[in-house]
Design a protein around this ligand. Structure first.
Ligand code: NAD
Ligand code: UDP
Length: 323
Protein backbone atom coordinates (compact mmCIF):
# COMPACT_ATOMS: atom_id res chain seq x y z
CA UNK A 1 0.00 0.00 0.00
CA UNK A 2 1.11 3.54 -0.79
CA UNK A 3 2.55 5.24 2.33
CA UNK A 4 3.75 8.80 2.72
CA UNK A 5 6.11 10.31 5.22
CA UNK A 6 4.90 13.76 4.31
CA UNK A 7 1.53 14.76 2.99
CA UNK A 8 1.37 16.13 -0.54
CA UNK A 9 -0.89 18.60 -2.27
CA UNK A 10 -2.64 16.61 -4.96
CA UNK A 11 -4.85 18.00 -7.72
CA UNK A 12 -7.49 15.68 -9.17
CA UNK A 13 -9.18 17.07 -12.29
CA UNK A 14 -12.54 15.42 -12.93
CA UNK A 15 -12.52 14.66 -9.20
CA UNK A 16 -16.32 14.73 -8.88
CA UNK A 17 -16.73 12.03 -11.51
CA UNK A 18 -16.93 8.27 -11.11
CA UNK A 19 -13.22 7.40 -11.02
CA UNK A 20 -12.08 10.79 -9.71
CA UNK A 21 -14.26 10.61 -6.60
CA UNK A 22 -12.88 7.18 -5.65
CA UNK A 23 -9.37 8.49 -6.21
CA UNK A 24 -10.08 11.50 -3.95
CA UNK A 25 -11.29 9.08 -1.22
CA UNK A 26 -8.05 7.08 -1.35
CA UNK A 27 -5.83 10.18 -1.39
CA UNK A 28 -7.63 11.64 1.65
CA UNK A 29 -7.32 8.27 3.42
CA UNK A 30 -3.58 8.40 2.78
CA UNK A 31 -3.27 11.78 4.48
CA UNK A 32 -2.91 14.12 1.51
CA UNK A 33 -4.37 17.52 0.79
CA UNK A 34 -6.70 17.08 -2.16
CA UNK A 35 -7.84 19.79 -4.53
CA UNK A 36 -10.74 18.48 -6.60
CA UNK A 37 -11.40 20.44 -9.79
CA UNK A 38 -14.51 19.77 -11.85
CA UNK A 39 -16.98 21.60 -14.09
CA UNK A 40 -19.75 19.09 -13.18
CA UNK A 41 -20.46 18.19 -16.81
CA UNK A 42 -20.89 14.51 -15.90
CA UNK A 43 -19.67 14.59 -12.32
CA UNK A 44 -21.80 15.52 -9.35
CA UNK A 45 -21.33 16.94 -5.87
CA UNK A 46 -23.11 13.85 -4.52
CA UNK A 47 -20.03 11.76 -5.39
CA UNK A 48 -17.86 13.80 -3.05
CA UNK A 49 -20.36 15.25 -0.58
CA UNK A 50 -18.95 13.07 2.22
CA UNK A 51 -15.59 14.82 1.70
CA UNK A 52 -16.84 18.42 1.57
CA UNK A 53 -16.34 19.09 5.30
CA UNK A 54 -12.99 17.34 5.44
CA UNK A 55 -10.22 19.79 6.42
CA UNK A 56 -7.82 18.40 3.78
CA UNK A 57 -10.35 18.44 0.93
CA UNK A 58 -11.10 21.41 -1.30
CA UNK A 59 -13.52 21.60 -4.20
CA UNK A 60 -13.15 24.08 -7.06
CA UNK A 61 -15.62 24.50 -9.92
CA UNK A 62 -13.41 25.05 -12.95
CA UNK A 63 -13.27 24.02 -16.59
CA UNK A 64 -9.82 22.65 -17.51
CA UNK A 65 -10.03 24.18 -20.97
CA UNK A 66 -9.13 27.41 -19.15
CA UNK A 67 -5.76 27.91 -17.40
CA UNK A 68 -5.53 27.10 -13.72
CA UNK A 69 -3.11 28.72 -11.28
CA UNK A 70 -2.62 26.66 -8.12
CA UNK A 71 0.34 25.24 -6.20
CA UNK A 72 0.42 21.42 -6.11
CA UNK A 73 2.91 18.54 -5.96
CA UNK A 74 1.02 16.00 -8.07
CA UNK A 75 -1.73 16.14 -10.69
CA UNK A 76 -4.09 13.34 -11.71
CA UNK A 77 -5.71 14.55 -14.96
CA UNK A 78 -9.06 12.77 -15.25
CA UNK A 79 -11.29 15.59 -16.52
CA UNK A 80 -13.13 14.34 -19.61
CA UNK A 81 -16.53 12.75 -20.19
CA UNK A 82 -15.96 9.02 -20.66
CA UNK A 83 -19.21 7.54 -21.87
CA UNK A 84 -20.02 7.64 -25.61
CA UNK A 85 -23.36 9.44 -25.16
CA UNK A 86 -21.75 12.12 -23.03
CA UNK A 87 -18.61 12.65 -25.08
CA UNK A 88 -20.68 12.70 -28.30
CA UNK A 89 -23.15 15.23 -26.84
CA UNK A 90 -20.72 18.12 -27.49
CA UNK A 91 -17.84 16.60 -29.47
CA UNK A 92 -15.99 19.90 -29.95
CA UNK A 93 -15.95 20.46 -26.18
CA UNK A 94 -14.73 16.85 -25.72
CA UNK A 95 -11.70 17.46 -27.94
CA UNK A 96 -11.08 20.80 -26.22
CA UNK A 97 -11.24 19.14 -22.82
CA UNK A 98 -8.71 16.50 -23.82
CA UNK A 99 -6.36 18.74 -25.76
CA UNK A 100 -6.64 22.21 -24.18
CA UNK A 101 -7.13 20.51 -20.81
CA UNK A 102 -3.87 18.59 -21.28
CA UNK A 103 -2.02 21.73 -22.41
CA UNK A 104 -3.29 23.68 -19.39
CA UNK A 105 -2.51 20.93 -16.88
CA UNK A 106 0.92 20.25 -18.42
CA UNK A 107 1.63 23.99 -18.32
CA UNK A 108 0.66 24.03 -14.66
CA UNK A 109 2.85 20.98 -13.96
CA UNK A 110 5.77 22.64 -15.72
CA UNK A 111 5.40 25.89 -13.77
CA UNK A 112 5.24 24.21 -10.34
CA UNK A 113 7.39 21.17 -11.33
CA UNK A 114 4.60 18.76 -10.35
CA UNK A 115 4.41 15.13 -11.39
CA UNK A 116 1.41 14.58 -13.68
CA UNK A 117 -0.62 11.51 -14.58
CA UNK A 118 -2.90 11.30 -17.60
CA UNK A 119 -6.00 9.09 -17.56
CA UNK A 120 -5.73 7.81 -21.12
CA UNK A 121 -7.81 5.02 -22.54
CA UNK A 122 -7.96 1.73 -24.39
CA UNK A 123 -9.79 3.78 -27.06
CA UNK A 124 -6.37 4.87 -28.33
CA UNK A 125 -6.26 1.35 -29.86
CA UNK A 126 -9.56 1.99 -31.72
CA UNK A 127 -11.02 -1.17 -33.26
CA UNK A 128 -7.89 -3.27 -32.73
CA UNK A 129 -6.42 -5.97 -34.99
CA UNK A 130 -3.99 -7.04 -32.26
CA UNK A 131 -5.51 -9.07 -29.44
CA UNK A 132 -4.95 -8.72 -26.51
CA UNK A 133 -3.76 -5.12 -26.82
CA UNK A 134 -0.14 -4.39 -25.91
CA UNK A 135 1.20 -0.90 -25.31
CA UNK A 136 3.47 -1.12 -28.37
CA UNK A 137 0.42 -1.41 -30.67
CA UNK A 138 -0.32 1.94 -32.37
CA UNK A 139 -4.01 1.28 -32.83
CA UNK A 140 -6.61 1.50 -35.58
CA UNK A 141 -8.61 4.65 -35.03
CA UNK A 142 -11.05 6.38 -37.39
CA UNK A 143 -10.00 10.06 -37.35
CA UNK A 144 -13.35 11.40 -38.62
CA UNK A 145 -16.00 9.23 -36.96
CA UNK A 146 -18.38 9.84 -34.07
CA UNK A 147 -15.93 8.38 -31.53
CA UNK A 148 -12.98 10.40 -32.88
CA UNK A 149 -13.50 13.44 -30.62
CA UNK A 150 -12.71 11.18 -27.68
CA UNK A 151 -10.22 8.73 -29.26
CA UNK A 152 -8.16 11.32 -31.14
CA UNK A 153 -8.46 13.82 -28.27
CA UNK A 154 -6.95 11.25 -25.92
CA UNK A 155 -4.28 10.30 -28.49
CA UNK A 156 -3.30 13.96 -28.89
CA UNK A 157 -3.17 14.32 -25.09
CA UNK A 158 -0.70 11.39 -24.99
CA UNK A 159 1.39 13.15 -27.67
CA UNK A 160 1.44 16.33 -25.59
CA UNK A 161 2.45 14.42 -22.47
CA UNK A 162 5.38 12.80 -24.27
CA UNK A 163 6.45 16.10 -25.88
CA UNK A 164 6.50 17.80 -22.46
CA UNK A 165 8.49 14.80 -21.18
CA UNK A 166 11.08 15.07 -23.96
CA UNK A 167 11.12 18.84 -24.37
CA UNK A 168 10.68 20.05 -20.78
CA UNK A 169 11.82 16.98 -18.81
CA UNK A 170 8.45 16.87 -17.07
CA UNK A 171 7.74 13.88 -14.84
CA UNK A 172 4.80 12.26 -16.65
CA UNK A 173 2.74 9.12 -16.14
CA UNK A 174 0.34 7.83 -18.79
CA UNK A 175 -2.11 5.02 -18.01
CA UNK A 176 -4.42 3.49 -20.59
CA UNK A 177 -7.58 2.56 -18.74
CA UNK A 178 -9.77 -0.28 -20.02
CA UNK A 179 -13.53 -0.32 -19.28
CA UNK A 180 -13.91 0.29 -15.55
CA UNK A 181 -17.12 0.02 -13.56
CA UNK A 182 -18.41 0.27 -10.01
CA UNK A 183 -20.46 2.37 -7.59
CA UNK A 184 -20.93 6.08 -8.51
CA UNK A 185 -21.13 5.44 -12.23
CA UNK A 186 -23.67 7.88 -13.61
CA UNK A 187 -27.08 6.19 -13.64
CA UNK A 188 -27.91 7.41 -17.19
CA UNK A 189 -24.47 7.60 -18.70
CA UNK A 190 -25.17 4.95 -21.30
CA UNK A 191 -22.18 2.74 -20.54
CA UNK A 192 -22.93 -0.92 -20.75
CA UNK A 193 -22.55 -1.97 -17.11
CA UNK A 194 -24.71 0.83 -15.71
CA UNK A 195 -27.27 0.44 -18.52
CA UNK A 196 -27.68 -3.32 -18.02
CA UNK A 197 -27.88 -3.12 -14.22
CA UNK A 198 -30.39 -0.26 -14.18
CA UNK A 199 -32.50 -1.94 -16.87
CA UNK A 200 -32.44 -5.26 -14.99
CA UNK A 201 -33.37 -3.64 -11.68
CA UNK A 202 -36.27 -1.77 -13.29
CA UNK A 203 -37.42 -4.90 -15.13
CA UNK A 204 -36.94 -3.13 -18.47
CA UNK A 205 -35.59 -4.72 -21.65
CA UNK A 206 -31.81 -5.07 -21.73
CA UNK A 207 -30.46 -3.22 -24.77
CA UNK A 208 -27.96 -5.33 -26.71
CA UNK A 209 -26.26 -3.31 -29.43
CA UNK A 210 -25.55 -5.37 -32.55
CA UNK A 211 -25.33 -9.15 -32.10
CA UNK A 212 -23.86 -8.81 -28.61
CA UNK A 213 -20.78 -10.83 -29.58
CA UNK A 214 -18.45 -7.83 -29.20
CA UNK A 215 -16.22 -8.17 -26.15
CA UNK A 216 -14.94 -5.93 -23.38
CA UNK A 217 -12.78 -6.53 -20.31
CA UNK A 218 -14.21 -5.02 -17.16
CA UNK A 219 -12.07 -3.71 -14.29
CA UNK A 220 -13.54 -2.96 -10.86
CA UNK A 221 -12.92 0.62 -9.73
CA UNK A 222 -10.88 -0.22 -6.60
CA UNK A 223 -8.34 -2.18 -8.66
CA UNK A 224 -8.04 0.69 -11.10
CA UNK A 225 -7.50 3.32 -8.40
CA UNK A 226 -4.83 1.16 -6.73
CA UNK A 227 -2.98 0.90 -10.05
CA UNK A 228 -3.18 4.67 -10.69
CA UNK A 229 -1.73 5.40 -7.24
CA UNK A 230 1.06 2.88 -7.79
CA UNK A 231 1.79 4.39 -11.21
CA UNK A 232 2.16 7.87 -9.73
CA UNK A 233 4.74 6.43 -7.31
CA UNK A 234 6.93 4.78 -9.96
CA UNK A 235 10.35 6.24 -10.70
CA UNK A 236 10.97 8.88 -13.37
CA UNK A 237 12.12 6.17 -15.78
CA UNK A 238 8.54 4.86 -16.01
CA UNK A 239 6.47 7.41 -17.98
CA UNK A 240 4.21 4.74 -19.50
CA UNK A 241 2.02 4.26 -21.34
CA UNK A 242 0.82 1.33 -19.23
CA UNK A 243 -2.40 -0.60 -19.73
CA UNK A 244 -4.61 -0.92 -16.67
CA UNK A 245 -7.54 -3.27 -16.75
CA UNK A 246 -8.79 -6.73 -15.93
CA UNK A 247 -7.95 -9.25 -18.66
CA UNK A 248 -11.17 -11.25 -18.08
CA UNK A 249 -12.99 -10.86 -21.42
CA UNK A 250 -16.77 -11.12 -21.87
CA UNK A 251 -19.21 -10.67 -24.72
CA UNK A 252 -22.09 -8.25 -24.14
CA UNK A 253 -24.49 -11.20 -24.23
CA UNK A 254 -22.50 -12.91 -21.47
CA UNK A 255 -22.56 -9.70 -19.45
CA UNK A 256 -26.33 -9.29 -19.91
CA UNK A 257 -26.98 -12.87 -18.78
CA UNK A 258 -24.71 -12.44 -15.76
CA UNK A 259 -26.56 -9.26 -14.73
CA UNK A 260 -29.94 -10.98 -15.13
CA UNK A 261 -28.74 -13.91 -13.02
CA UNK A 262 -27.32 -11.71 -10.24
CA UNK A 263 -30.35 -9.40 -10.04
CA UNK A 264 -32.90 -12.20 -10.44
CA UNK A 265 -34.57 -9.96 -13.02
CA UNK A 266 -37.28 -10.98 -15.49
CA UNK A 267 -35.90 -8.57 -18.11
CA UNK A 268 -35.72 -9.73 -21.72
CA UNK A 269 -32.93 -9.01 -24.19
CA UNK A 270 -33.71 -6.41 -26.86
CA UNK A 271 -31.56 -5.97 -29.98
CA UNK A 272 -30.61 -2.42 -31.00
CA UNK A 273 -28.43 -1.19 -33.88
CA UNK A 274 -24.67 -1.29 -33.28
CA UNK A 275 -23.29 2.27 -33.02
CA UNK A 276 -20.71 3.29 -35.66
CA UNK A 277 -17.07 2.30 -35.04
CA UNK A 278 -17.95 0.19 -31.99
CA UNK A 279 -14.78 -1.87 -31.31
CA UNK A 280 -15.32 -5.62 -31.79
CA UNK A 281 -12.96 -6.85 -29.11
CA UNK A 282 -10.93 -5.46 -26.28
CA UNK A 283 -8.66 -7.06 -23.71
CA UNK A 284 -5.60 -5.57 -22.05
CA UNK A 285 -2.23 -7.26 -21.96
CA UNK A 286 -1.20 -6.26 -18.41
CA UNK A 287 2.30 -7.77 -18.40
CA UNK A 288 3.84 -4.31 -18.13
CA UNK A 289 1.54 -3.22 -15.28
CA UNK A 290 2.39 -6.37 -13.31
CA UNK A 291 6.08 -5.71 -13.84
CA UNK A 292 6.20 -1.95 -13.16
CA UNK A 293 3.49 -1.58 -10.51
CA UNK A 294 4.96 -3.85 -7.83
CA UNK A 295 3.08 -7.00 -8.77
CA UNK A 296 -0.25 -5.18 -9.11
CA UNK A 297 -3.04 -7.51 -10.15
CA UNK A 298 -6.77 -6.90 -10.44
CA UNK A 299 -8.30 -8.58 -7.38
CA UNK A 300 -12.05 -8.19 -7.96
CA UNK A 301 -13.50 -10.53 -10.53
CA UNK A 302 -16.60 -9.67 -12.53
CA UNK A 303 -19.23 -11.42 -10.40
CA UNK A 304 -18.04 -9.87 -7.14
CA UNK A 305 -17.71 -6.41 -8.69
CA UNK A 306 -21.13 -6.64 -10.30
CA UNK A 307 -22.71 -7.58 -6.95
CA UNK A 308 -21.28 -4.43 -5.33
CA UNK A 309 -22.36 -2.28 -8.27
CA UNK A 310 -25.87 -3.79 -8.29
CA UNK A 311 -26.19 -3.02 -4.56
CA UNK A 312 -25.17 0.60 -5.25
CA UNK A 313 -27.70 1.08 -8.06
CA UNK A 314 -30.42 -0.72 -6.11
CA UNK A 315 -30.02 1.80 -3.27
CA UNK A 316 -29.71 4.77 -5.64
CA UNK A 317 -32.89 3.74 -7.47
CA UNK A 318 -34.89 3.28 -4.26
CA UNK A 319 -33.77 6.75 -3.11
CA UNK A 320 -34.87 8.22 -6.45
CA UNK A 321 -38.26 6.54 -6.15
CA UNK A 322 -38.65 7.59 -2.51
CA UNK A 323 -37.58 11.18 -3.32
P1 NAD B 1 -16.90 10.63 -15.54
O1 NAD B 1 -17.66 11.22 -16.66
O2 NAD B 1 -17.65 10.11 -14.36
O3 NAD B 1 -15.82 11.68 -14.98
C1 NAD B 1 -15.26 12.72 -15.72
C2 NAD B 1 -15.25 13.97 -14.85
O4 NAD B 1 -14.62 15.04 -15.58
C3 NAD B 1 -16.66 14.45 -14.50
O5 NAD B 1 -16.72 14.75 -13.12
C4 NAD B 1 -16.84 15.69 -15.35
O6 NAD B 1 -17.75 16.61 -14.80
C5 NAD B 1 -15.42 16.20 -15.43
N1 NAD B 1 -15.16 17.07 -16.58
C6 NAD B 1 -15.51 16.87 -17.88
N2 NAD B 1 -15.08 17.88 -18.63
C7 NAD B 1 -14.45 18.75 -17.81
C8 NAD B 1 -13.81 20.00 -18.00
N3 NAD B 1 -13.72 20.57 -19.21
N4 NAD B 1 -13.26 20.63 -16.93
C9 NAD B 1 -13.37 20.08 -15.69
N5 NAD B 1 -13.96 18.90 -15.45
C10 NAD B 1 -14.50 18.25 -16.50
O7 NAD B 1 -15.97 9.50 -16.17
P2 NAD B 1 -14.95 8.49 -15.49
O8 NAD B 1 -15.34 7.13 -15.89
O9 NAD B 1 -14.77 8.79 -14.05
O10 NAD B 1 -13.61 8.84 -16.27
C11 NAD B 1 -12.56 9.60 -15.69
C12 NAD B 1 -11.37 9.65 -16.64
O11 NAD B 1 -10.90 8.33 -16.90
C13 NAD B 1 -11.71 10.27 -18.01
O12 NAD B 1 -10.62 11.05 -18.44
C14 NAD B 1 -11.86 9.07 -18.90
O13 NAD B 1 -11.55 9.37 -20.24
C15 NAD B 1 -10.85 8.10 -18.30
N6 NAD B 1 -11.22 6.70 -18.62
C16 NAD B 1 -12.28 6.10 -17.98
C17 NAD B 1 -12.62 4.81 -18.33
C18 NAD B 1 -13.74 4.07 -17.64
O14 NAD B 1 -14.04 2.95 -18.05
N7 NAD B 1 -14.37 4.58 -16.61
C19 NAD B 1 -11.90 4.13 -19.33
C20 NAD B 1 -10.88 4.80 -19.97
C21 NAD B 1 -10.53 6.08 -19.59
N1 UDP C 1 -23.56 -1.71 -25.30
C1 UDP C 1 -24.70 -2.47 -25.38
N2 UDP C 1 -25.84 -2.02 -24.78
C2 UDP C 1 -25.88 -0.86 -24.08
C3 UDP C 1 -24.69 -0.08 -23.97
C4 UDP C 1 -23.56 -0.54 -24.60
O1 UDP C 1 -24.72 -3.54 -26.00
O2 UDP C 1 -26.95 -0.53 -23.54
C5 UDP C 1 -22.32 -2.21 -25.92
C6 UDP C 1 -21.61 -1.20 -26.83
O3 UDP C 1 -22.11 -1.28 -28.15
C7 UDP C 1 -20.18 -1.68 -26.72
C8 UDP C 1 -20.07 -2.24 -25.30
O4 UDP C 1 -21.40 -2.46 -24.88
O5 UDP C 1 -19.92 -2.70 -27.64
C9 UDP C 1 -19.39 -1.32 -24.32
O6 UDP C 1 -19.99 -0.04 -24.42
P1 UDP C 1 -19.60 1.17 -23.47
O7 UDP C 1 -20.33 2.36 -23.99
O8 UDP C 1 -19.83 0.79 -22.05
O9 UDP C 1 -18.03 1.34 -23.63
P2 UDP C 1 -17.03 1.42 -24.89
O10 UDP C 1 -17.76 1.07 -26.15
O11 UDP C 1 -16.55 2.82 -24.89
O12 UDP C 1 -15.99 0.42 -24.56
Amino acid sequence: MRQYNASKKVLVTGGAGFLGSHLCDRLIEQGHDVLCVDNFFTGTKRNIEHLLDHPRFELMRHDVTFPLYVEVDEIFNLACPASPIHYQHDPVQTTKTSVHGAINMLGLAKRVRAKILQASTSEVYGDPEIHPQVEAYWGRVNPIGIRSCYDEGKRCAETLFFDYYRQHKLRIKVVRIFNTYGPRMHMNDGRVVSNFIVQALKGEDITIYGDGQQTRSFCYVDDLVEAMLRMMDTGDEVPGPINIGNPGEFSMLELANKVIELTGSKSQLMRMPLPADDPKQRRPDITLARQELGGWEPKTQLEEGLKKTIAYFDKALSETTAG
